[in-house]
Write a protein that binds this ligand. Structure first.
Ligand SMILES: Cc1cc2nc3c(=O)[nH]c(=O)nc-3n(C[C@H](O)[C@H](O)[C@H](O)COP(=O)(O)OP(=O)(O)OC[C@H]3O[C@@H](n4cnc5c(N)ncnc54)[C@H](O)[C@@H]3O)c2cc1C
Length: 462
């Protein structure tokens, strides 16, 4: 390792290399094993990345790409003999053109940095996640991140116009176009999007930008059931006055736990209802949006439903509503490393799936409760069990079967936006379509025959 470190330091310079105790000084992020590696290399240019990867390929050293280390499926876990390949020195916004409405960034730029730079021109990247302060564009490309705006703008894949990456043999894939239409043969950059660092290292990305609305109005509706939440969402989506930008759902236990953690009292927001639906809309002026939300509220009352509601009238109140939804850390403080799931269910199946899941889980273990919340607009539900993790192996498989058993038949996905990483490898082997899995293995073996890029994640090179 010492010889290898010296060779790598010659490429990236002393600022680009950390060993042993210097690695321990860094924040490991969202998985405790992210920084078990004793060597971290941070190149500052595409050329240096290529040289680092060539050297690693030559000696067969394993590289684990890392951005903000906010990934939730153990995609950045390392062992002592692996090398972290970090993007933290690839942090420049190279181009941001308001006429093209495109930004070209290095992979280590955080989402928040891009949002701030784009906002100066009244633009936004059209994708948003709660980890925005640390998550990098390279990490979001590699996990094909989804988030809050996905139901209207698509996932990261749909925001990427061009991409540059270094492949596992050190060669460069250059496809950094800044246009929407590009049918110049196979769209191979798509292979790198959602590959979780197993097929190459993303160095630069061209991201499309959209105009930001002048104003936003946020409302929280307390509702009697999941069916009522789906019905309200359908009405809001069909209301021509509302350009919806968020449709986030929280079931009661989740909202009460995040409220308690944030000191939000019942008198500030009524959380007595079984389901809370957070809707946010954008537009040129506040008054028509507020009026549209008030009309939806009045219509529900007229139907005879028992509901609650608040429309945020200040930035402070808006922040409070969003903290209810985004402070998932509060749940993990209650149940450290709690087992969690991230599934996609078609809209018409959500209510039935939740009822079936709750009944099967209770039959398996009546003492085991769960928190649930998610992005209702695209059917992406997050479930966190009310117990600290990890689960013993046999129990993990049994609960995986309860969560995922009918998802394929319903037309959903057993991993919606977080990916496979190391955490969902067993689920991939059991629940993925065999034809798809065979092709995934073939691609991995062809592009990374030595298995140096993020080994042990998604699939392995045979
Ligand atoms: C509070 C919180 C909220 C979240 N909300 C959402 C959400 O709403 N939607 C969502 O989709 N995700 C969400 N996530 C998950 C996470 O933020 C995303 O997966 C994000 O895309 C990861 O970015 P990162 O820079 O932290 O990547 P990392 O965690 O560093 O890496 C993630 C994966 O990408 C690979 N990788 C990183 N950079 C590169 C690169 N340059 N080239 C190749 N591979 C690379 C890594 O090897 C790893 O497999 C959330 C996480 C947290 C902690």
């Amino acid at each position: 390792m010492t010889d290898l470190a010296t060779r790598l330091e010659a490429v990236v310079g002393p600022k680009g290399l950390r060993r042993d105790a210097e690695v321990d000084l860094l924040d490991p992020g969202w998985h405790p094993e992210n920084l078990r590696a004793r060597l971290l290399v941070a190149p500052a240019s595409t050329e240096d990345v290529a040289e680092v990867v060539r050297i690693a390929a030559e000696v067969g050293a394993a590289l684990v790409p890392q951005g903000g280390r906010t990934g939730l499926v153990g995609g950045t876990r390392t062992c002592e003999d692996q090398i972290v390949l970090s993007t933290h020195r690839l942090d420049r916004i190279l181009r941001l053109d308001p006429n093209e409405r495109v930004a070209v960034v290095e992979a280590g730029v955080t989402l928040e940095a891009l949002q701030t730079a784009a906002a100066a021109y009244g633009l936004e990247p059209g994708i948003d996640i709660a980890a925005r302060g640390s998550a990098t564009i390279g990490g979001m490309v590699s996990t094909n991140a989804g988030g809050i705006l996905a139901f209207r703008n698509g996932v990261m894949r749909h925001r990427v116009l061009g991409l540059e990456a270094i492949l596992p043999d050190g060669s460069r894939l250059g496809d950094l176009t800044r246009i929407v239409k590009n049918n110049t043969g196979y769209d191979v950059k798509q292979l790198l999007i959602g590959a979780e660092g197993t097929l190459g290292f993303v160095t630069r990305i061209a991201v499309r930008l959209d105009p930001m609305p002048r104003t936003r109005v946020t409302a929280l509706f307390g509702l009697p059931s999941t069916a009522a939440a789906l019905d309200l969402l359908r009405q809001a989506l069909g209301d021509g006055r509302l350009d919806l930008r968020a449709a986030e759902v929280m079931w009661a236990d989740f909202a009460r736990a995040t409220a308690a953690a944030n000191g939000i009292s019942d008198s500030a927001i009524d959380l007595s209802h079984p389901v809370q639906l957070l809707l946010e809309a954008g537009g040129p002026a506040e008054a028509p949006l507020t009026e549209a939300f008030e009309d939806l509220y009045a219509a529900l009352i007229e139907e005879g439903l028992e509901i609650g509601g608040v429309i945020a009238h200040s930035e402070r109140q808006r922040d409070e509503i969003w903290r209810l939804r985004e402070d998932t850390g509060a749940i993990y403080r209650l149940y450290p490393a709690a087992p969690s799931y991230d599934v996609s269910i078609p809209a018409t199946e959500i209510d039935g799936w939740l009822a079936r899941f709750a009944a099967d889980l209770a039959a398996y273990d009546p003492t085991l409760g769960f928190f649930s919340f998610g992005h209702l607009g695209d059917g992406n539900l997050h479930v966190i069990l009310k117990r600290p993790g990890p689960l013993p192996e046999g129990e993990e498989t049994a609960i995986d079967d309860i969560v995922y058993g009918d998802i394929g038949r319903l037309g959903g996905a057993f991993s919606a936006e977080h990916g496979i990483g190391s955490k969902r490898r067993a689920a991939l082997a059991t629940h993925a379509d065999p034809g798809k899995l065979a092709l995934v293995r073939l691609l991995k073996a062809s592009l990374d025959p030595k298995g140096i890029m993020n080994p042990g994640k998604v699939v392995s090179t045979p």
